[in-house]
Design a protein around this ligand. Structure first.
Ligand code: F6P
Length: 345
């Protein structure tokens, strides 16, 4: 039986660990594994190669994806679905394991509704996919961001500055919340709570008055902030978003830093972590989670659990409805905003 595997959307530490686990388990099931290059594009362009234990050996700890990735969505390509169906038939593909985030899994859901045999594996450093407690890649991103915040502390303290650290998180503030709490940030700004920079400035001023002459502010890239000191009632979007309406890297971080400096008079700097959070080796935790997802996804194919996705629930890896992943965003629960007396919002 031939099974294809693809990685779609932004890359994420742990992708190679999933691929390796899928291939190893496939050998036990007697499946022949095919790797599709650059996500769904590999099917549309018939670009694939055979995956074996040998060709996937030594990749467990490597960042990125040996399959390559893209954001190509067959439903946005002319006759895309037909092309995919024809490629599946022509190559004798029994099932597809799609490892991806919001975009890849939405396409996977639609394809499975169109009769294709698909199994999903949730992937994103943002941890915003519904249906699973955690996604792999998140722990690595948080570890990198926490290390950065630790480093920013010493320089902020020496120079008596405010440092704004912008982390990823287009729709939700999981990375900002975890790294901010772990790194002992003084203020954490997340998309779940539109930021009131007047209050943020007052908080920093209070800190200063009590003798703390530096502050660390962690802000998720998708946070909404108010435009300027005299436009308190307006939430801005323009400065921090690009033409496609997606957060512009460094956009919100710069606005927050500018505003804090203007409102407090304290020297402020901004540090944008960007894609550093997505690159390099996965943490041990992410390697284990990715491996468990890969094994489970392969077993799902063997059991015929199509239209479903591997998910973490508590300590167990389970199968859930694929459509659940993208039904709604998994936001940070409010309980986190009360932790450790960090100033949120
Ligand atoms: O999907 C995760 C993510 O890291 C988002 O937080 C971020 O907005 C986006 O990817 C950036 O992706 P790219 O620059 O690769 O388009």
């Amino acid at each position: 039986m031939k099974v294809a595997v693809l990685t779609g959307g932004g890359d994420c530490p742990g992708l190679n660990a999933v691929i390796r686990a899928v291939v190893r388990r496939a050998t036990e099931h007697g499946f022949e594994m095919m790797g599709l290059r650059d996500g769904w594009k590999g099917l549309l362009e018939d670009n694939h190669f055979r995956l074996t234990r040998e060709t996937t050996s030594g990749i467990l700890h490597r960042g990125g994806t040996i399959l390559g990735t893209s954001r190509v969505n067959p439903f946005k390509v002319e006759n895309g679905l037909e092309k995919v169906k024809r490629a599946v038939e022509r190559n004798g593909i029994h099932a597809i394991i799609a490892i991806g985030g919001e975009g890849t899994l939405s396409a996977a859901t639609r394809m499975s509704q169109e009769g294709l045999r698909i199994v999903g594996v949730p992937k994103t450093i943002d941890n915003d996919l519904n249906g699973t407690d955690f996604t792999f890649g998140f722990d690595t991103a948080v570890t990198i961001a926490t290390d950065a915040i630790d480093r920013l502390h010493s320089t902020a303290e020496s120079h008596k500055r405010v440092i704004v650290c912008e982390v990823m998180g287009r729709h939700v503030g999981w990375i900002a919340t975890y790294a901010g709490i772990a790194g002992g940030a003084d203020v954490i700004l997340v998309p779940e709570i539109p930021a009131d920079l007047k209050k943020v400035a007052e908080h920093i001023q209070r800190r200063n008055a009590s003798g703390r002459t530096f502050s660390i502010v962690v802000v998720a890239e998708g946070t909404l902030v108010k435009a300027s000191p005299d436009q308190d009632e307006h939430l801005i979007t323009s400065g921090a978003l690009d033409e496609a309406g997606r957060p512009r890297l460094g956009g919100v971080g710069s606005i927050v830093a500018q505003q804090i400096e203007q409102r407090t008079g304290f020297e402020t700097r901004v540090s944008v972590l960007g894609h550093i959070q997505r690159g390099g080796v996965p943490t041990a935790h992410d390697r284990v989670l990715a491996t468990r997802f890969g094994v489970h996804a392969c077993d799902m194919v063997a059991r015929g659990e199509f239209g479903q996705m591997a998910a973490l629930r508590g300590n167990d890896i389970v199968s859930v409805d694929l459509a659940l992943a993208t039904k709604e965003l998994k936001r940070v629960p409010e309980e986190f905003f009360k932790v450790a007396q960090v100033f949120f919002g």
